[in-house]
Design a protein. Structure first.
Ligand code: BGC
Length: 737
């Protein structure tokens, strides 16, 4: 059997290598026929009708430029009719090189899945891969070849609106999710009619913008860069991601778009990356206001030297690259290398065989109306919801309750449930939470509905009506949160509380003596201390997508037992930010919250977050016991197994995400108190027990030392098994020789 598998693997590898060579030959042949202008054309990406960045202010005759071979790709186009028309123009160019059509298909195309941060809370790689798979299927049927996703930026600052688009704060979880998303979009091999190219963005360290302000500078040690921020990109590259996007921020003084260190040394050098790099929107041009380039020609030269292959809406390459080559400032070989990478992908997608192969009206109609996609969206959404608090089993609700009051600005929202980066969906198709509740409760249950205020909640004039409605009910549900456009790109906030007077709406309801169960919708961690203190139950739902209302109602009424865990820390106050579970110790650690004098502490707040990374409750209980290590020590390069028993101690079947954290207590550089190095999501029936094991190897103990070498250092290590980063249930130690 083993030999058969090995032979299959060898044959597949040999076949892939032969295919690569065949494409290389075709690319070379085409390149020989191209003029310099046509080569530069391949490096120019234009936006279609919609703009997802500042307009260039240029008057461009797009179709004329395409016919003249001056455009290689377009973003912000969609649909079979539109892409056919534009591709037809490309077919009138001298060499008939097909265009690549790209779009930000971030969490669904027509069927909207939860925002990426929400999906990440599922810790369920199959669900995340499926979501990307369906998004790709729909987009590919609608003429799209390429999505600008996944965003794999580690993000530890919830003021930054783009935390919504990523996998949260953790490097390991983020790397696993990066792999799942890339495989979901691309499948194992590009070229299928339901596979689109993915794009790992934003390279690099964009998530660490100073003060959480979008587009801001980043300054960080190289250890931090390599250890925390780069691994998800490496994981995406290893999974075969077709493209990378660089980023707006400067990193240690160099705009990422002009960084040879990032793009040439690391990505194309050390990682031997064969795909291409697209700039972010006008980020080549923006090196001028950064103060890194004198003018547009200088920016074009710096970007191509640094390894940015395609210029998105920056008009720097199209206007200046040919002249820079003719003037001897840029070598033709650099342009050839960029063009080669792009043409390679066009061949790989099969566009030279049939430039219209993704633009089939019948397929578009069938795929966009496939009912299984909505079913999947509901399932992924249920897995993404996080039960933050549940005292006295306030949840699940009784579906036979006589009267349920559904209060709050988001109770019947549709558009908000879709979140940001919506490309082809229709808010009318979204199931609001109220719709979901209606279809879950018994026919005799009466629903009373009051908004209280709109999402901005600038006035309390309707609070009294909401309180009156609640007073008639035996169950009160309050649905609050952000509107969809409060998180995402260019949506940084200094105050991440509930908008306006929403918190006061809760206070008004609670003051009436009712138990108020709270549902919070948002694209980022919010701060809601009064609710956290007083509400008996809180369900955090992110923006849960097209089927959000059904998914949330599934959890509220107990048809689905919640299993989500936070992929990012929820602070108590903005003053604690940046905050993450993976912190260093100090020389004056806070050991006793009551004695903060001369300790690393605040005088007005605990150090601990409101809800820690990895936190999330279930309707059942889980016990952890019998931790065992396969050996007390590990040889260098060896392995060790840690195992324990997980039991479902409650009355319902449920899933637990068990988390493995490691710590190197003494090393040549100080190490974080905890680092996530493994997790498993395990379904157990009531009373069921399972032995769970993780293998620990030297790679999991390694870190970047002061020479930037990745090494594990001999010594003691702590092993922690937890149900959250602040709920460590089992501990052990071992030595590495
Ligand atoms: C964003 C990218 C996005 C691009 C194209 C930029 O402003 O930073 O993430 O892919 O626009 O829409």
């Amino acid at each position: 059997m083993k030999t058969l598998l090995a032979t299959c693997l060898l044959l597949t590898t040999a076949f892939a290598a032969a295919q690569d060579k065949a494409i290389d030959r075709k690319v070379d042949e085409l390149l020989r026929k191209m003029t310099l202008e046509e080569k530069v054309g391949q490096l120019h990406q234009l936006s279609g009708r919609e703009f997802t960045g500042p307009a260039s202010g240029k008057h461009v005759n797009k179709l004329a430029d395409i016919r003249a071979g001056r455009v290689g790709s377009m973003l912000n186009v969609k649909g079979v009719a539109e892409t056919r028309e534009i591709q037809a123009a490309a077919m009138q160019s001298r060499l008939k090189i097909p265009l690549l059509f790209s779009l930000d298909v971030i969490h669904g195309y027509k069927t909207v899945f939860p925002v990426p941060l929400g999906e990440s809370a599922s810790w369920d790689m199959a669900a995340i891969e499926l979501s990307a798979r369906i998004a790709a299927r729909e987009a590919a049927a609608s003429g799209i070849h390429w999505t600008f996703a996944p965003m794999v930026d580690v993000a530890r600052d919830p003021r930054w609106g783009r935390v919504m688009e990523g996998a949260g704060e953790d490097t390991y979880l983020g790397s696993r999710i990066a792999t799942a998303r890339v495989l979901g979009f691309q499948t194992r091999q590009l070229g299928g009619l339901d596979a689109i190219m993915a794009c790992a963005k934003h390279f690099a360290a964009y998530g660490a913008a100073v003060a959480g302000r979008d587009y801001n500078a980043v300054d960080m040690s190289l250890q931090q860069l390599h250890e925390v921020y780069l691994p998800p990109f490496k994981a995406a590259a290893d999974a075969g991601v077709a493209t990378f996007m660089n980023s707006f921020n400067s990193l240690n003084g160099v705009p990422a778009t002009g960084s040879s260190y990032l793009q040439r040394d690391i990505l194309k050098g050390q990682w031997k990356y064969k795909g291409f790099v697209v700039s972010d929107w006008a980020s080549v041009k923006e090196m001028v206001p950064h103060g890194f380039a004198n003018d547009l020609p200088d920016a074009a030269g710096k970007a191509i030297h640094a390894g940015s292959d395609m210029d998105m809406e920056g008009y720097a390459y199209t206007a200046h690259l040919a002249k820079l080559v003719q003037g001897g400032k840029v070598k033709m070989a650099l342009v050839d290398d960029a063009v080669r990478r792009i043409l390679y992908k066009k061949f790989e997608l099969g566009l030279f065989d049939d430039p219209f192969r993704f633009s089939d009206a019948k397929r578009e109609h069938d795929v966009l109306n496939d009912p299984s996609h909505r079913q999947a969206a509901r399932d992924v959404a249920r897995k993404s919801l996080v039960l933050l608090k549940n005292e006295n089993a306030a949840l699940p609700l009784d579906r036979k309750a006589k009267t349920i009051a559904v209060i709050g600005p988001l109770a019947d929202a549709r558009r908000d449930l879709e979140g940001g980066w919506i490309v082809k969906s229709d808010a009318d198709n979204v199931v609001s939470l109220l719709d979901g509740i209606r279809s879950h409760v018994s026919p005799d249950t009466k629903l009373v509905v009051a908004k209280g205020c709109d999402t901005a909640c600038t006035s309390d004039k309707d609070f009294a009506a909401a309180v009156a409605a609640a007073s008639t009910a035996d169950t009160v549900l309050l649905v609050v949160g952000e509107s969809w456009d409060m998180s995402g790109e260019a949506k940084s906030r200094t105050d991440i509380g509930l908008p306006g007077l929403q918190g006061k709406l809760f206070d008004a309801l609670a003051a009436s003596g009712k138990q108020v169960v709270v549902v919070i919708m948002a694209g980022r961690p919010l701060i809601f201390n009064n609710i956290a203190d007083k509400a008996p139950a809180i369900l955090y739902t992110w923006f849960a997508g097209t089927e959000g209302g059904n998914a949330i109602a599934d959890v509220l009424f107990g048809d689905y037992n919640p299993s989500g865990k936070l992929p990012i820390t929820f602070p108590r106050s903005v003053g604690q930010i940046p905050i993450s579970y993976s912190q260093y110790n100090t020389g004056r650690p806070l050991l006793d919250e009551k004695n903060v004098v001369y300790k690393s502490a605040y005088i007005d707040s605990p150090n601990t977050p409101r809800y820690a990374f990895g936190h999330g409750l279930s309707y059942t209980g889980f016990a952890y016991s019998d931790l065992a290590l396969s050996a007390a020590s590990m040889a260098p390069g060896g392995k060790l197994t840690v195992s324990f028993t997980l039991s479902n101690t409650g009355k319902r079947a449920g899933e637990e995400v068990v988390q493995l954290y490691l710590n190197d207590p003494v090393a040549s550089l100080v190490r974080p108190l905890k680092e996530l190095k493994g997790f498993q999501k395990i379904m157990l029936q009531p009373g069921e027990q399972r032995t769970v094991s993780f293998t620990i190897d030297a790679g999991m103990l390694a870190f970047y030392n002061d020479k930037l070498a990745l090494r594990a250092e001999p010594g003691d290590f702590n092993v922690m098994i937890g149900s959250a980063s602040d709920a460590i249930r089992l501990k052990a130690k071992f030595r590495m020789e």
